[in-house]
Design a protein around this ligand. Sequence first.
Ligand code: PLP
Length: 332
Amino acid sequence: MNLTQFPRRNYVQDATPIEALPAFSKALGGKVNIFIKRDDLLPGCAGGNKTRKLDFCIADAIENGADTIITCGAVQSNHCRLTLSWAVKEAMDCHLILEERVPGSYKEDGSGNNFLFQLMGVKSTSVVPGGSDMLGEMEKLADKLKGDGKKPYIIPGGASNAIGATGYVACAKEIQQQMFCKNLHIDHMVVPSGSAGTHAGIVVGMYGTNAGIPVSGINVSRKKDIQEEIVHKLAMETAERLGMREEIPADQVTCFDGYVGPGYSLPTDSMTEAVKLLAQTESILLDPVYSGKAMAGLIDLVRKDHFKEGANVLFLHTGGSPALYAYLDTFR
Ligand SMILES: *Cc1c(COP(=O)(O)O)cnc(C)c1O
């Protein structure tokens, strides 16, 4: 699996740390040893997982002669923040289409990521109702910009296509290299599962290198069966793009849907517990929408003895902490 065959911009120059979480593990009864992969510390404004995907997606945009990036996300989208961040660095225009999945949740003067969209000088944002045809909206905008002489390139929500997911295949290889250097054995990996590129890329990277490390995805919006199908389909497409001869078996994709609560981006008690516990034991900030719910899943799996005693479990911290500042009332 040779990833140098694909154009990329080299946004990820160094491996992100893998840290032990001794106090957090102890607070959960000391049954397992939890480690964290700090992708919240990736470069790009305020960090987070989308940088690994955008490394490949924006390279593809530039190869295609684009001078403008269009993407979409929820009203507090980390993906939109990071796409804008890298567009700024590349001196490209960036337009965002925001989906108001929770009616009334968009606030023009909102905090968190929404504030950062304005601060980094987004070219335009437009807000559409939940359930809108986001690709259709982005294509409409692209046509308009083409009429103005621009060369727009559309990055799908979460940069979750086979191009973007390649960034998380690279992450799986990075993790294995770090495990080797540190002489660290990992028994199990837990990742958030949203638009699916992160989960799919990790599965392809682990399976494709015969790592023998099972990966569990914690859903942030969808039901188990639907999410597993989406992740598996993207994993197959990504594996094909990489020229893997073997298909990814469906049983490599496992999702848990018990931690979504009332819906995407809506707070849950187990999320607030997870965010507070990690902050108060290890001073690491999670986020309310993705990593907080994923960590709530990991905590519950530990309590239910899902992992064997003494196992080393690696949690992928995908970032998102700017969104905390849009949820102050939830934590006070
Ligand atoms: C987008 C995002 C995720 C989910 O990653 P996907 O590749 O969309 O599944 C997880 N955590 C944070 C902070 C994110 O912004």
